[in-house]
Design a protein around this ligand. Structure first.
Ligand SMILES: C[S@@+](CC[C@H](N)C(=O)[O-])C[C@H]1O[C@@H](n2cnc3c(N)ncnc32)[C@H](O)[C@@H]1O
Length: 367
């Protein structure tokens, strides 16, 4: 059985219980860090020479394979350390007729796969286009994010992934409240989850916008098939249908109607993309939003001290790079500038973990 993501709760003076932001061990970080509309500065890796040496070494297949093997081993080891039943969960999942589910999930509307997508990612040779990646997604996400609130000491917390997502929701709502013309959360009817994978981010959006239908799009039919399976299981357990649809689509060209969404969220996707793809997705999001609609992005924060430490350490950078081929493209992208270029107004940013940021911008009401 997969461990349930529990809520981290904290007693407050007024007797109510609240979800505690950023975990117990990082009191210096606060959920409501001052938001800013200042464009994020471009980050130059602290040691460009070292970075280019590592990049060059990665073109040597045995080294690449060794590094990805190590990275994958660490993900599994961490999952077990936080109490997840890695083997049992996968054995149970593997009993499904996945080929039939793949056929049902595959949609010609997704079009062809761009070359940047047909790459090894996250230590999977076939990247997101394989069963391993899709079936292990929920487990890996919890494992990878276990130390997210304590990047310095790397204290493992089974709640890490849950807190990261819950803080993202809070930051998104906070920034929406500061954005003129943005919809009230209770009035949000239609939300698009770009790169939804097996549906964790769609689930979080559903909790945030109770009146909305959530449409998740992902370019991996394997992810779509597994996401739909998880949804079916939840619906059987709860006895009710969820307002979530997971579609096999390319985020740059979703084939969905213009002006049909109040909110577009892109959670932990941009670091998997070359800059031209992120820009194309932002343009598509702009087309899909109604005037006054909101684009929200949650991603690693290249300017955070925790992230900067990764660049200063050849071993940490090598491990990271081995699983994320487009990392440097993301890190050197001026995200606020790219949002403005796509037509969005006044991007605002806040931190939702010691390593992650939330950026929100609106499509002008006059558009
Ligand atoms: C790291 S996962 C993040 C998933 C999810 N949003 C979350 O927060 O857990 C990135 C996902 O983006 C998807 N993706 C990457 N490029 C895409 C594209 N161009 N169109 C649609 N999905 C894409 C991948 O298939 C993968 O499932």
């Amino acid at each position: 059985m997969q461990a349930k993501a529990p809520q981290q709760r904290n007693h407050t003076g007024n007797g109510r219980r609240e979800v505690q932001p950023f975990g117990r061990r990082t009191p210096s970080h606060r959920l409501h860090a001052a938001s800013t509309s200042t464009p994020a500065a471009l980050v130059a890796p602290p040691n460009p020479m070292l970075v280019s040496v590592v990049e060059a070494l990665f073109k040597f297949p045995p080294l690449f394979e060794q590094a990805t093997k190590k990275a994958r081993g660490m993900i599994i080891q961490r999952a077990k350390a936080i109490g997840l039943d890695w083997d049992g969960t996968l054995q149970q999942l593997q009993q499904q007729d996945w080929e039939a589910r793949l056929q049902e999930a595959t949609d010609p509307a997704a079009g062809s796969y761009p070359s940047y997508y047909i790459q090894p990612f996250h230590a999977y040779k076939q990247g997101n286009l394989c069963w391993e990646a899709a079936q292990e997604f929920m487990l890996s996400s919890q494992s990878v994010h276990a130390p997210v609130m304590d990047p310095e000491n790397k204290k493992m917390d089974p709640l890490g992934d849950h807190m990261l997502r819950s803080n993202y929701g809070k930051c998104m709502l906070q920034l929406m409240a500061e954005t003129p013309g943005a919809p009230q959360p209770s009035a949000v009817q239609a939300v698009l989850d770009v790169g939804c994978a097996a549906g964790l981010s769609s689930l979080a959006l559903r909790e945030l916008f109770p009146a909305a239908h959530i449409t998740g799009v992902d370019l991996s039919p394997h992810m779509v098939a597994v996401g739909r399976y998880h949804q079916e299981q939840r619906e059987v357990a709860s006895g009710s249908k969820e307002p979530i649809s997971i579609l096999h689509r390319k985020a740059e060209d979703t084939q969905l109607p213009a002006g049909s969404f109040d909110v577009v969220s892109m959670c932990l996707v941009a670091h998997e993309l070359p800059q031209h793809a992120t820009k194309a997705i932002l343009q598509e999001a702009y087309r899909l939003l109604r005037p006054g609609g909101v684009m929200s992005i949650m991603e690693m924060n290249p300017n955070s001290p925790a992230f900067q430490r990764v660049f200063a350490n050849v071993f940490a950078y090598t491990a990271f790079k081995s699983t994320e081929p487009w990392l440097m493209e993301y890190v050197t992208l001026d995200l606020h500038g790219a949002m403005r270029e796509a037509g969005f107004e006044a991007p605002r940013q806040t931190e939702n973990s010691p390593k992650h940021r939330t950026v929100v911008a609106a499509k002008p009401l006059s558009s």
